[in-house]
Design a protein around this ligand. Sequence first.
Ligand code: 9EZ
Length: 313
Amino acid sequence: MTQWNVLIADRLAEEGQAILRAAARVDDRSGLSPEELLAVIPQYDALIVRSRTKVTAQVIRAATRLKVIGRAGVGVDNIDLEAARAHNVTVVNAPTAASIAVAELTFGLLLALAREIPRADAGMKAGRWMKKELKGRELHGKTLGLLGLGRIGAEVARRAHAFGMTVLAYDPFLPEEVIRERGADPADLETLYARADFISLHLPLTEETRGLIDAQALARMKDGVYLVCAARGGIIDEPALLDALNGGKVAGAALDVFAQEPPGASDLVRHPRVIATPHIGAQTAEAQARAARDIAEEVLAALRGEALRWRVV
Ligand code: 9EZ
């Protein structure tokens, strides 16, 4: 009986490695260089990566035994999908593993904005008691506008209800009844911008959504709106957001993702009313373990020729 050889090219949580080892020969070579990958890839039936390893057309051409590439997470922009298709290599990902982690970070950012928790802490660490300067706002009674109501947006909506918020959602890919089932009132973009006190983005970056939050969109929002983005860099036009912060239209913004990552100490990141985090949405022990488990199961299913939950190619 021939055994499958599986190459793990980026750090994968132990939960996933155990599932793979029960069914295949597994080499954990996380951190290997592009040259090393090219040299060893001909031996493998399956390749598992996160976002670090670039799976180029050259790698796929050299991969004469390769049947499946698994991405332990959502984004597959580090994999040449055209080359995979041309060489009959299946590509699978683990798109749902981080939904709770991202929804919880979103709430952390909403609360951090409303109560200025980072500024309060920075003051304390500098020996200052900023009590009088720290008058926040409550989420209770406010309207949260969600752009995108997929798995993450729906989890955010549930949590918003627990905080006593009214939840509006715009998602052109969902029927109104599904938006209602997920706990939000359907709204068109204009209405959402006009009514929301807090706006959070939960949509993918596509040709249609790149720069969706531009100067025009910002101008339609309420004065003093708070923005949260833990979705993808590039959805927000960052220079337009900086102008809207400086002009007083936007009261505060919390950003986990950036058009360029890392963004460095940009004017936006350093802005006193911006809270910035280094793309930590999926960075929980639980989400990483779930992504590893999901991708291990999906890659084995592909090797066995079974039905796939998350085929990309
Ligand atoms: C676009 C979207 C949501 C959206 C949601 C999904 C591809 N796509 N685009 C604009 N799944 C809100 C505003």
